[in-house]
Design a binder for this molecule. Structure first.
Ligand code: CIR
Length: 253
């Protein structure tokens, strides 16, 4: 069964970084309940969910996807683009090494947020965003190309991270809400979705995706393609520019 790393939300979640959204009240108790339901969606399918050490002093620590990206048996520990988030990677490292995976680090002056990395087959799309810089992308390329991955840089100016704008369905089709995608033509197979919160899916298996409950038309479109759709309410995380992908990292297939 796949293994997933998660970290419970900090009571300080409401103080997390914001770039494109205005700050609105966040209900920390509701966030915790939503996070538990999210985790249960995986556990109830038999996934091995590993909780990494809480980082309650770090408001954005729940968004573990940004701290590490896994490529087979290599985990790349990121160097966050936001200074406030630099402390998150060390505790994530402990969770990754406990899974017996080799690690490599993105180092200064490089920055890389895992939310900017989208894998589709052996192609790795990396967002050149406000969080991920050219040096971080070059370091990632140097790590991955000898291992048989192809790294393609994608401009990201309209949303926080590449994966705030696009993710991929099980068949490799890249989906996104077009007003927030810089250039859909950069993806060989692209399909638009009708709602902003419909852009993020986590692939549970080749027939099933997990997505936000705040995109019902998109869920129907996925069902019309023959997919099973599991929805979770992640409203409190969406207020902080988070989504279903950001709340976990798959470390083993
Ligand atoms: C941040 O700005 O860093 C957090 N408030 C949200 C991070 C969301 N992560 C992601 O899209 N991968």
């Amino acid at each position: 069964m796949p293994r997933l790393l998660v970290r419970r939300p900090s009571p300080r979640l409401a103080d997390g970084e914001l770039t494109h959204l205005d700050r609105v009240p966040v209900d920390a108790d509701l966030a915790l309940a939503q996070w538990r339901a999210y985790v249960d969606a995986f556990r109830s399918r038999g996934w091995d969910v590993v909780e990494i050490e809480p980082a309650d002093a770090q408001p954005d620590g729940v968004f573990v996807e940004d701290a590490v990206v896994v490529f087979g048996d290599l985990a790349v520990l990121c160097r966050a683009g936001a200074g406030s988030r630099r402390g998150e990677a060390e505790t994530v490292r402990a969770g990754v090494t406990a899974s017996g995976i080799e690690t490599a680090d993105i180092v200064e002056p490089g920055t890389l947020d895992g939310g900017d990395v989208l894998k589709v087959g052996r192609v790795v799309y990396v967002g050149a965003s406000a969080r991920t810089n050219a040096d971080g992308i070059a370091q990632l390329r140097a790590l991955l190309e000898p291992r048989g991955w192809e790294v393609r840089e994608i401009p990201v100016t309209k949303v926080l991270h590449l994966k705030s704008g696009v993710t991929a369905l099980p068949d490799g089709t890249v989906i996104g809400y077009e007003p927030l995608v810089d250039d859909p033509a950069l993806f060989p197979a692209f399909a638009g979705v009708p709602e902003e919160h419909g852009t993020a899916v986590v692939v549970l298996d080749e027939h099933t995706v997990l997505m936000s409950s705040d995109a019902p038309e998109t869920a129907d479109a996925h069902r019309a393609r023959g997919l099973d759709v599991v929805t979770v309410d992640v409203s409190e995380f969406e207020k902080l520019e988070g989504c279903v992908t950001c709340l976990s990292v798959r470390v083993r297939d």
